[in-house]
Design a protein around this ligand. Sequence first.
Ligand code: EPZ
Length: 432
Amino acid sequence: MTKYVIEGGNPLYGNIEISGAKNAAVAILPAALLVDGPCRIENIPQISDVTLILQILRELGASVRTINRTTVEIDCSSVRNQPVPYELARKIRASYYLIGALLGRFGKAEVPPPGGCDLGGRPIDQHIKGFVAMGAQVEVQGGMIRARAKEGRLTGGPVYLDMVSVGATMNIMLSAVRAAGNTVIENAAKEPHIVDLANFLNSMGADIMGAGTDVIKIRGVDRLHGGSYSIIPDQIEAGTYMAAVTAAGGEVLIRNVIPKHLDCITAKLAEMGAEIEEHDDAVLVRRTGPIHRTNIKTMPYPGFPTDMQAQIAAALCLAQGTSVITEGVWDNRYRYVDELRRMGAQIQVDGKVAVIEGVDHLTGAPVRACDLRAGAAMIIAGLAARGRTEVDHIYHIERGYEDIVRKLSAVGADIRLVHEPDEETQKTPQVG
Ligand code: EPZ
C-alpha cells in the first residue's frame, strides 16, 4: 500500500509552480484525434489521467512522441476507428470526450461508459442529446456506447443544454468542429477549460465563437491542420495550494497562474482572513491571523467551483465560528466529511448542505482519500493538524495533482510518500 504520511503543524513558506490544467488536458488530448497532422501540446500535467488518455490514443494507433517532461507531439493520421479499450476507458471520466472526437473524425464511435470520481449520479444524457441533435444515432449495447452519424458525417444544428454541463459543452464542441454546417450550443458552460479547448481547436483551423459565454457558435470545417498549443495553468491545483496556505498559515508565491481564473477562490479566501496579492502570472497568499468563518455555495463558473469545495471545507474546520457550505453541482460530494471527523472536525451534513463548527485544532489520524479533491482536503487538514496524518487511497490524488509531495515539501511541509507491503502480501509465504 502506498500512502502519504504528514507531520502537521508547519506553516508553509516559499514558491509553488502550478502545472497545466487537468480538465483542459483531458479534453485537448482527445481533440488531437480531429487534427490531420502532428500537433504539439505543451504544459501537459504529469498526472495519471493524462497517462491513461495518451495510452488510449496509442492503442487507437496515434503516434505520441514525448518532446520533454510537459510537451508531447501527437499525430493521429493513422488512427483506426476501433472500439476504445474497456479496461482503460472505465478508469477515467474524461474518456467520454473520445465519443465526441471519434464521432467528429469518423462519423462513428464505440466507447465504454466513463469512470471517474464517485460524486453521485453522473449521467451523460446531455452529451447524447447534442450528438442526436447533430444527426447521430446513439445506443448502449453490450456495455458500450455506440454512436453513428446517420449520413456518415454529423450535421450541425441547435443544441439547448437542460443544465450547465462542462463535459457536454466540450463534447458537443468536439463533435461539431468537423460537422457539416453550423452548431449553436445554448446554456453552455463557461469554465476556463472550455475556452482553452476552443482556443486549441481554433488554432488548428476550427471556427468556434463565443466560448466563455453561454452561447457557443461552431461553423463546421472540413479539416483541421497541425500546430502547436500550450495548455492553461490549473485553476483548481492553484486554489488547492491557496487553501493549504490558508489552513496551515505562512506565505507562498503561487506561480504560473492566470489570476483572473482564481477570482472566485481568491474572494472567499480573503473573506476567511488570507491576504492575497495578485501579480501578472502569480498570486502571493499569506495567512498569519485567525481564520474567519464564511458561507459558500458551489456553482458553475464564474461561481465558486465544486472542485474546491472539500479543500475549503478542510480550512473552515479551523475557522472561528460556524460556516455553511451548499453543494450546487453534485448530489454526493460530502463523502470526505467522515474522514475529517476522525481528525476532530465538527461537521453536520443534511443533503446538499454542510454546517461546519470551527474547532481550535485538528488532530492527525489515518484517513482515506475518497476521491481526487477529497484527497486534497485530507492533505490540507493533515498539514494544519497536530500530529501525524496518514492518507491512503492516494491513487485518487495522483489522478489530478502533479508531484504534490515534492511541491509541498519545497515550501516546508513535512509530507512523505511511504510504500508499505500489503498485509496480504506479508501473510503469503514466499515459495520457490
Ligand atoms: C467536469 O465533470 C469535471 N470533470 C469535474 O471535475 C467537475 O466537478 C465538473 O465538470 C463541474 O465543474 C472533468 O472535466 C473531467 P458536468 P463533468 O457535466 O463534465 C449534471 C474534478 O475534481 N449532468 O459539468 O462530468 C451532473 O450530474 C472533477 O476535477 C447531467 O445531468 O460535470 C452534474 O450534476 C470531478 N447530465 C452537473 O450536470 C449530463 O449529461 C454538472 O456536471 C451531464 C451533466
